[in-house]
Unconditional design. Structure first.
Length: 260
């Protein structure tokens, strides 16, 4: 399968970016940012790490520390490594911390397609925002799976380029994206959503900002999850005049405290 600037090798699901393309340039930019990851000073970087007002990045230790989560004000938990971090909604309820809980069985491996999980994860993050809550997003180490989900979410939410968001998260977290295949997949996601460059830094855009485009690493469309389908149904009813006061998705161009 071919698309502008990239080729997928159907034999091993590898991704190759053609020289001189925006995708290749974006990959190179991110690689330069990540080169300092191994040497990054991790003093005072024990987390959890707040990325937006309603989003906190963590690891298994943060996920298991109910006292910490209560102090931070966590109301939602997105667990991207339930195979190693054995939590659940009932686990938190037993400690008198009622949370909305979602587990997504993702793997930190070179052949795992993290793009397949983004749509349902983003939907959960949006629900947390709309409720006025705070979402803890974690995997095992808080380096690859959870970071990939959050970088993709920040890109479409803030309408900023992949390189800018990687730089932002890198400055806060310190060590991120050691899985090079996830980096390549994030380049694809940025390409699908015309975010290889930030909208205010390019002369023209292929499409106007709106609902994110979700595809896997083979370019196949990821269908809506149940919550998104329900939201779309409500909007259609509202458009027909049968229902009013239906909240629409909000993708702010800026968030207080965000800088590039």
């Amino acid at each position: 399968m071919r698309a502008t600037g990239w080729v997928t090798d159907t034999a091993d699901d590898g991704i190759t970016f053609e020289e001189g393309t925006p995708e290749k340039r974006a990959l190179s930019q991110v690689q330069v940012i990540l080169e300092g990851t191994a040497e990054k000073n991790l003093v005072d970087r024990h987390g959890p790490w707040r990325l937006l007002n309603h989003i906190v990045l963590g690891d298994l230790f943060h996920a298991m520390d109910v006292v910490l989560l209560r102090r931070v004000g966590v109301t939602h938990v997105l667990n991207l490594s339930p195979q190693t971090v054995k939590t659940s909604k009932s686990h938190y309820a037993a400690s008198r911390l009622p949370v909305e809980y979602k587990a997504v069985w993702a793997e930190d491996s070179m052949d795992y397609d993290i793009l397949r999980d983004l749509r349902e994860c983003h939907s959960f993050l949006d629900r947390g925002r709309k409720s006025g809550g705070i979402v803890l997003v974690h995997c095992h180490a808080g380096v690859n799976r959870s970071v990939s989900v959050l970088i993709s979410y920040l890109m479409v939410t803030l309408q900023r380029s992949l390189a800018e968001v990687v730089q932002y998260v890198y400055e806060i977290r310190g060590i991120i994206l050691t899985n090079s295949k996830f980096v390549e997949q994030l380049v694809l996601f940025a390409s699908f959503n015309d975010l290889l460059q930030s909208p205010d830094r390019r002369e023209s855009s292929k499409r106007k900002p709106g609902r994110p485009v979700y595809r896997d690493s083979q370019g196949r469309i990821i269908p809506m999850d149940e919550s998104e389908e329900e939201e779309e149904t409500h909007k259609l009813i509202a458009a027909s005049g049968l229902l009013v006061d239906v909240e629409s998705p909000v993708y702010p161009s800026q968030v207080e405290g965000y800088s590039v």
